[in-house]
Design a protein around this ligand. Structure first.
Ligand SMILES: Nc1ncnc2c1ncn2[C@@H]1O[C@H](COP(=O)(O)OP(=O)(O)OP(=O)(O)O)[C@@H](O)[C@H]1O
Ligand SMILES: [Mg+2]
Length: 259
């Protein structure tokens, strides 16, 4: 039997409470899960359940209120280059070109120009943006901008890639295309990916394993190992059966594509 892969990220009894003018607001409650080396882990949860807060705590942008996040055996206390983030809303530097955005991380890390250009070019090519190196974000479509976001995160060569609904703002057609692309990129450049979505089809298309979250405060509702062969057929019997099963355990109708 294949040996279990090493655990890279672990959430241990994590809770998060925000102080608001109306009092304390618990957004994440006793959250326990782990992500293994090179695993594509999807956190699937309804709108407003606390997904971005979870990603922010794994990234180190937010502190936990209780419990801890461990990254390769060390407690996460601040952001680190070993954890890359692709944000929910596209967050490129508008005054920088594609190349400028993608090489930004290595540049501030002090990587010499020739080396960082080569590296940036590799990831620009990987996301299919060759020819657009000198374009500014406002000259690119939404899908292309999110590709720049992905290339920028990959260019730091992080151990873990955190993706917070990266395709949520795209139209349906572009979204399918990006899911295919990401599947291809992940197969080429293996990384541990923690990917957040509230779209069941996207979750099933991409995941090795899906963690279903409850509505706010987010905690683990159920876990599914998805061992369908890739690339996945969205209308195969197995795919549709899993889709039905997972949406069946949900108690709300706030799920994209299910209303
Ligand atoms: N800094 C903060 N202070 C107070 N409340 C916050 C803060 N950040 C998030 N929240 C609240 O926590 C809840 C969960 O927010 P979060 O953005 O984590 O959810 P989400 O699942 O990512 O939502 P979406 O589906 O819209 O992306 C929301 O009710 C939000 O208002
Ligand atoms: Mg969010």
């Amino acid at each position: 039997m294949e040996q279990e892969r090493k655990i890279i990220i672990e959430s241990e009894h994590v809770s998060k409470v925000f102080d608001t003018p109306d009092g304390e607001h618990e957004v994440v409650h006793d959250l326990n899960f782990s992500a293994r080396e090179n695993e594509f882990l999807v956190l699937f949860g309804p709108g407003q359940c606390g997904k971005t807060t979870i990603i922010n705590m794994i990234a180190g942008f937010e502190q936990t209120s209780e419990g801890k996040i461990m990254a390769e055996g060390e407690k996460v206390e601040k952001p680190d280059i070993s954890r890359g983030v692709v944000f929910q809303s596209i967050s490129l530097f508008p005054w920088m070109t594609t190349m400028g955005n993608v090489e930004y991380g290595p540049k501030i890390a002090g990587v010499k120009k020739k080396e960082r250009r080569e590296r940036a070019q590799k990831y620009i090519d990987l996301v299919g943006l060759q020819g657009f190196e000198n374009s500014f974000p406002n000259q690119l479509s939404g899908g292309m901008r999110q590709r720049v976001g992905i290339a920028r995160a990959y260019c730091n060569e992080p151990r873990v890639m955190l993706m917070d609904e990266p395709f949520g703002a795209l139209d349906a057609q572009t979204r399918y295309l990006m899911q295919e692309e990401l599947q291809r990129i992940w197969s080429t450049e293996k990384r541990t990916v923690i990917f957040v979505t509230n779209n069941i089809e996207e979750a099933l298309y991409l995941a090795d394993r899906i963690i279903v979250l409850t509505s706010c405060p987010a905690t683990v509702k159920k876990e599914y190992v998805i061992d369908l062969p890739r690339p996945r057929d969205l209308v195969s019997e197995e795919f549709l059966a899993l889709r039905k099963e997972i949406t069946g355990i949900l108690d709300s109708s706030q799920w994209e594509g299910e209303t």
